[in-house]
Design a binder for this molecule. Structure first.
Ligand code: UDP
Ligand code: MG
Length: 316
């Protein structure tokens, strides 16, 4: 088949995915073999402790379109994706999960949409969340509402993950964002350009286990909120202001009451409630401050986002 000149990089981060890498590679190659574009498939081995790397090596030995970037340890999906994006040579790239939750069969439609609309980014938007609990759906929904409400300078589309196509200029823009705290959904939105959505059904994982627990999801939400807005700091000052005004009015009321009705020794319960309430607000505000200071600390160290142990090149 004659190939057009454009090269498309497919970027797939893998962490302990021995159960799915072969299935994933087959699904991807089945689709791209029938297409007229040139492809490279970049697998990032994010410090897997199982046989993922050995399996990827076998795939690489057979298929010269395959690149493996083997990171020196597990850096997390965000860093792994960044390693892939940094090393993508394509005129466009497509980000996929190894577990086939982002169906590779959609690759032709995504590319077609990219060509038809002339957009810089074509991002996947889930219609339905199969195989997820109502609690996860509920919290995810709440999270998008909160973050879009308080993060004024970015508009993060709902039900959107990392599954997307990006053209060269949006890749070049994203590559310049080197912050350590990488809330990718936010970064993808922050770069701007023309972005269009395509709807798809997100499938359940084909095999293996998800690496996301609720604690990680909570941290993820904090990352998004503290990384993209200083509104929580303002809420803390606002609470301080409201409480000060309320206590001033309450003080005035007590003076008034004492002058006209004398002193009585009641109010111990309300006093302790107030002390507890205020200590809570203070600890919360210090915690919020801490979130930002922790981020400053993380960024100030200026460490690289990942280290590559070995690269297995393609013939592209
Ligand atoms: N992943 C990774 N590094 C990590 C965790 C996950 O590269 O530290 C990869 C994983 O191999 C998969 C993708 O990120 O290809 C999504 O992970 P997972 O399916 O566990 O997350 P979920 O789909 O449940 O959000
Ligand atoms: Mg998954």
């Amino acid at each position: 088949m004659t190939k057009t000149k454009e090269l498309i990089s497919i970027v797939i981060p893998c962490y302990n995915e021995e159960e799915v890498v072969d299935i994933c590679n087959k699904a991807v190659t089945d689709v791209i073999d029938d297409m007229t574009y040139n492809f490279e498939i970049i697998y990032i081995n994010d410090g897997s402790t199982d046989a993922t790397l050995e399996l990827l090596e076998k795939i690489h030995a057979k298929d010269k379109r395959v690149v493996i970037i083997n990171l020196s340890r597990n850096f997390g999906k965000e860093a792994a994706m960044t390693a892939g994006i940094d090393n993508a040579k394509g005129d466009a790239l497509i980000l996929l999960d190894a577990d086939l939750q982002d169906p590779p069969s959609l690759i032709p439609d995504i590319i077609k949409m990219w060509k038809d609309t002339g957009a810089d980014v074509v991002y996947g938007q889930r219609i339905e969340r199969k195989g997820e609990t109502w609690f996860k759906k509920f919290t995810a929904n709440g999270f998008y509402n909160i973050i879009n409400f308080i993060a004024a300078n970015v508009d993060i589309p709902k039900n959107t993950g990392d599954f997307r196509l990006m053209n060269r200029r949006s890749i070049d823009a994203l590559v310049q964002l080197r912050e350590k705290h990488r809330f990718m959904k936010g970064l993808f939105a922050w770069i701007g350009f023309k972005q269009v959505a395509f709807e798809y059904n997100r499938e359940p994982r084909v095999a293996g286990e998800t690496k996301w627990g609720y604690w990680k999801l909570w941290n993820f939400a904090m990352e998004g909120i503290a990384g993209f807005s200083t509104t929580p700091l303002r809420i803390a000052s606002f609470c301080g202001l409201i409480i000060s005004i309320a206590s001033f009015l309450f003080g005035a009321f007590i003076i008034f009451k004492t002058i006209f009705f004398g002193i009585d020794i009641e109010g111990w319960a309300s006093l302790s409630v107030m002390i507890l309430f205020l200590s809570g607000i203070q600890l919360l505000s210090i915690g919020i401050l801490g979130e930002y200071i922790g981020r400053i600390f993380g960024e100030a160290k200026k460490r690289p986002l990942y280290f590559i142990e070995t690269t297995y090149k393609s013939d592209k």
